[in-house]
Structure formats: structure tokens, C-alpha cells
Design a protein around this ligand. Structure first.
Ligand code: SGN
Ligand code: CA
Length: 517
């Protein structure tokens, strides 16, 4: 393949609002398996049709599941962006990799899976959201958004050079990734490409071509939408409620020209939606949102009616953004197919954590409750198993899995385990419980610090710092985690067992918190 270090015009438009053309697969070259690690930011499993059919069809993401494995019990170690990414890179829990919350700076001198793959002869690249503050290490090519990145005309840092690219972030990130695959990498070596979209992070800004989708849809309000958080003190104190904390102007784009509507972060919202967009994008946005603003104002909604209106509007924008993600996943799959790379590339689709789609009345993440602790995880391994894998896996397992696939020994210091045997459908000894630790408090959304353990049925959580609250759930009888059993008569035996398991995991991973109790 001829290498050319310019962004080819033919390629630059590949990931726009249309599909790619499918050609016959060529013969697969003989070399170690490539790795394509696609991750979206804040993509809930509820909004992937391979997991949940209530809201949206995602045929391209589903293709990975249909031609590979759907993990039904996939979780993170710390439900927030930077820390989750650091867990993935290092294969270690947050206390051991040092990146405990989003204001930390990743120590890039430590051992990571991309470094080890590079040493083993892989070409490595990271494209899109990085969010670890320090310069990427272990990558031959890095082309990353700054911080959270912007949805429109985003700035990137490409191997140290700051550049702005015109267009919509999800399309551009796809184009940059394909350009690396097509023109920049050394194709005599296997590749490991981290394609990490900023979408669908807040404030869920759709591509212009998707603005009119879902406009007439009415989504079912989750059964826990009006949760009163009885028996759950930390949940009572959060600030991530759709009714109370979601901004009409900032989050829901009701930036009226008359400045009559107000809410949290209003200034940023007005700037993003009324000043920063290119004129043609602005015109499309005005065409879409202005009539909604007018209608919203005329209704003077309050109470539950207002909360449900916000929920519907949130869902529409979020799902529009997901439509673009799914389309772009299709573009990448088509590219791999066209180039004959599908047969020797492991494709992973996941998110940096789960996300609330109105469950408990919330948006955002952070809690060890199911919706944010879980993540989607779909893996297409050529020659591997097809179907579901139910074992408890976690984001600290990705690094060990990639190394295992590449034939590289997994370092003893990594906490995670390779789930390659599970992908191959082999019987293997597997863990029976997961450890979790969230640190980002005091901070936005006011979710208290907590750690906990989850096995196949029960979950024990301890909220600490300026609070000292324990919670215990029986996920079989109470999947929505509404009934905190901690301290209730009859739960002594299970509490003791989960406490023991928690202590064992804290000791196994050497979390210093165990000495502070
Ligand atoms: C931003 C968001 C928060 C979000 C964090 C972390 N606010 O601060 O709502 O919880 O990111 O998200 S915003 O007003 O800037 O959108 S993370 O996925 O990057 O960890
Ligand atoms: Ca995130």
C-alpha cells in the first residue's frame, strides 16, 4: 500500500452522512492479529440495540455483536472518563495507576499495554478523546482532542502540533483513524488503533444531518424516573437530576434570542449554540431548535410535565448523536472489509462507563449502581466465539486481553485478566466478584466517594469521606437497586460474606483505603 502523509481529499469526506461501498474481502495477510479498539464517551448500553431495543436501532454496532461476542456483565473499575481510560491503559485499578479523578495527570512513564505492544512490533495509534492531560506515550501516532473536545470544528493535537479541523467530531475522528490506517501506518506490522470518540458526551450536540431524527418519538419514561432515594443517603445528595440539574439552555439548547430562558451554565450554552457554530451549521440549528424553543415557551411547563419534557428532549439529542456514532462505526467496518482486514483484526466496541438515561431521574454516571457501573462490550474476534459471555469482566481486563492476543506475556503487576479464552469459547477459571472505587468528590454532580464489591447477585457499597453509609443490594430480587438491605434483619450472613470478599479484593489489589477504615 502506498503511504502518503497528507489527508487525501477522497478520504476526507468518507465519514460524512452517507454509507461506504462494500467490496469483496481480499485474502488476509499472515501476521499477528490487529486490534481496533473503538470506544465512545458515555455511551449507555441501553442505547445499543444489541442490548436494548426500547430506544434506537444501531445496526452497525450490532454487527460487531452479531459476528462476535456480546458481554452481558461488563463493568468499569471507576465510572468516569480519565480514570476509566487509565485503568484500560495500565490494566490496574485507579489507586495503583494514580489517575483517580478527572483533575489528575496521567503518569505516562508507567507500564501500559500500548507500550508493550509497540515493543512487540505493533504499530500503535490513538485518535480522538484522550482526556489524560499528559502527552500520550507508547503510540507511534496520536491525534487527540483537547480535554473533552468540541462537537463542531474541534481542535486536535497531532503528534504535538495543534490543528483545527472543520466538521463534526465523530466524522472527523473516523476520517483521521481511516487516514492513519490507509496512509500513515507501516503495514508490514500489525496495528493497534484506539479510536476514541468524544460522542455522546454532554451536551449531546447532533450532526446537522441528524437534527430531525426522533422529533416525533415519545420515549417510555424509565420506571425509576420518580425515585425518591429512600434509604440511600448518597443518592439523595447527588446533583445529576434531569428535573433539577439539567439546564434548559445549556443541556437542552433552548438558547432563545430573547434571553428569557435561564438555567445552569447558561452562558456557555448560549456561546456554544449561538456564537461558535459556522454560519451554515447555525442556520440548520436555528431551523431545528427555534420552533422547539417557541413551543416550549408557549407551554409554561412545571413539575412532572417539565421533567418529562426535559427527559424527552435529552433522549432525542442523545440518540441523534448515537445515530452518527453508529453510522461512523459502519464506515470503519466497511473500510476494514474493503481492505480485507476483517479476518485478521479483533474489533472491540465499548464505552468509558455506562450512563443514566433517566433511570433514578438522572443523567451522568459515577455511581456503582448498575446503569453507570456497567458498560457495553462487544468483541468480534475472527475465528472466535459467537454469542453471549456472562462472566464478570472489567475495563482492567482489556490490556491483558490485547497482550494475550499479541502473544505478549501479561505483566504480573496488572490487576486485570485476559478474557481471550472467553472470546474463544474456552472453559477457564474466572473471578466471582469485582472491585470498584470512585474518588471524584467534592466535584460536579456531587456523587460521594465510594468503593464496593459486586458478585453475580449481590452488591455492597461503602460511601465515605464526609459521609459513612453502607448499601447492600440483592440484584436478583431488586435489579433497580431501590431497596437498601444493609442493616436489615436476615441479611447478616450475606453482609458478612460480602464484607469478607471486599476485604479480600482490597488486599489483593493493595488499595490503601483498607488501612484508613
Ligand atoms: C464535564 C461535564 C460533566 C461530566 C464530566 C465528566 N460537564 O465536566 O457533566 O460529568 O465532564 O465526564 S460539562 O458541563 O462540561 O459538560 S467524563 O465522561 O469526561 O468523565
Ligand atoms: Ca465518559
Amino acid at each position: 500500500m502506498q503511504k502518503n502523509h497528507l489527508l487525501l481529499p477522497a478520504l476526507a469526506g468518507l465519514a460524512a452522512c452517507t454509507g461506504g461501498d462494500k467490496k469483496q474481502e481480499a485474502a488476509a495477510p499472515e501476521q499477528p492479529m490487529n486490534i481496533l479498539f473503538i470506544m465512545c464517551d458515555d455511551h449507555s448500553y441501553q442505547t445499543i440495540s444489541a442490548y436494548d431495543q426500547r430506544y434506537i436501532e444501531t445496526p452497525n454496532i450490532d454487527r460487531i455483536a452479531n459476528e462476535g461476542v456480546r458481554f452481558t456483565n461488563s463493568f468499569v473499575a471507576n465510572s468516569i472518563s480519565g480514570p476509566s481510560r487509565a485503568c484500560m491503559l495500565t490494566g490496574k485499578h485507579s489507586h495503583a495507576n494514580g489517575f483517580t479523578n478527572n483533575s489528575t495527570r496521567f503518569d505516562g512513564s508507567q507500564l501500559t499495554f500500548p507500550k508493550l505492544l509497540q515493543q512487540a512490533g505493533y504499530q500503535t495509534a490513538v485518535v480522538g478523546k484522550w482526556h489524560l492531560a499528559s502527552t500520550p506515550t507508547g503510540f507511534d501516532y496520536w491525534d487527540i482532542l483537547i480535554g473533552q473536545g468540541e462537537y463542531y470544528d474541534p481542535y486536535f493535537i497531532r503528534n504535538g502540533e495543534k490543528i483545527q479541523r472543520e466538521g463534526y467530531a465523530t466524522n472527523i475522528t473516523t476520517d483521521v483513524a481511516i487516514n492513519w490506517l490507509e496512509n500513515l501506518r507501516d503495514d508490514s506490522k500489525p496495528f493497534c488503533l484506539l479510536l476514541h470518540h468524544k460522542a455522546p458526551h454532554r451536551t449531546w450536540m447532533p450532526d446537522t444531518c441528524d437534527l430531525e431524527l426522533f422529533s416525533d418519538s415519545k420515549f417510555p419514561v424509565p420506571e425509576t424516573f420518580y425515585d425518591n432515594y429512600e434509604g440511600r443517603i448518597a443518592a439523595q445528595q447527588q446533583q445529576m437530576s434531569i428535573a433539577k440539574d439539567m439546564g434548559i439552555v445549556y443541556d437542552l439548547k433552548m438558547a432563545d434570542y430573547e434571553h428569557e430562558l435561564h438555567g445552569p451554565y447558561e452562558g456557555w450554552g448560549r456561546e456554544m449554540y449561538r456564537q461558535r457554530l459556522r454560519p451554515e451549521v447555525q442556520a440548520a440549528w436555528d431551523r431545528h431548535y427555534d420552533p422547539i424553543i417557541e413551543d416550549f415557551k408557549s407551554r409554561n411547563l412545571t413539575g412532572n410535565e417539565l421533567a418529562e419534557w426535559k427527559f424527552q428532549q435529552y433522549m432525542r439529542d442523545y440518540l441523534r448523536v448515537i445515530t452518527s456514532v453508529d453510522r461512523n462505526v459502519g464506515t470503519v467496518l466497511d473500510y476494514l472489509e474493503k481492505e480485507g482486514l476483517l479476518d485478521n483484526t479483533m474489533i472491540v466496541y465499548t464505552s468509558d462507563q455506562g450512563f443514566y438515561m433517566g433511570e433514578h431521574g438522572w443523567f451522568d454516571k459515577r455511581f456503582m449502581y448498575e446503569e453507570s457501573f456497567r458498560t457495553p462490550l462487544l468483541v468480534r474476534l475472527p475465528g472466535g466465539k459467537k454469542g453471549d459471555v456472562a462472566q464478570l469482566v472489567q475495563n482492567i481486563d482489556y490490556g491483558p486481553t490485547f497482550l494475550d492476543l499479541a502473544g505478549v506475556e501479561v505483566p504480573e503487576e496488572m490487576h486485570g485478566d485476559s478474557f481471550l479464552p472467553l472470546l474463544k469459547g474456552k472453559k477457564t477459571e474466572w473471578r466471582d466478584a469485582l472491585y470498584y472505587h470512585f474518588y471524584e468528590y467534592p466535584a460536579e454532580h456531587a456523587v460521594k466517594r465510594h468503593y464496593g464489591v459486586r458478585d453475580g447477585r449481590y452488591k455492597l457499597i461503602h460511601f465515605y469521606n464526609d459521609i459513612d453509609e453502607w448499601e447492600l443490594y440483592d440484584l436478583k430480587n431488586d435489579p433497580n437497586e431501590l431497596n437498601n438491605l444493609y442493616g436489615q434483619p436476615g441479611t447478616e450472613r450475606i453482609t458478612k460474606r460480602m464484607m469478607k470478599k471486599l476485604a479480600e479484593l482490597q488486599e489483593q489489589f493493595d488499595d490503601p483505603i483498607r488501612n484508613e477504615k
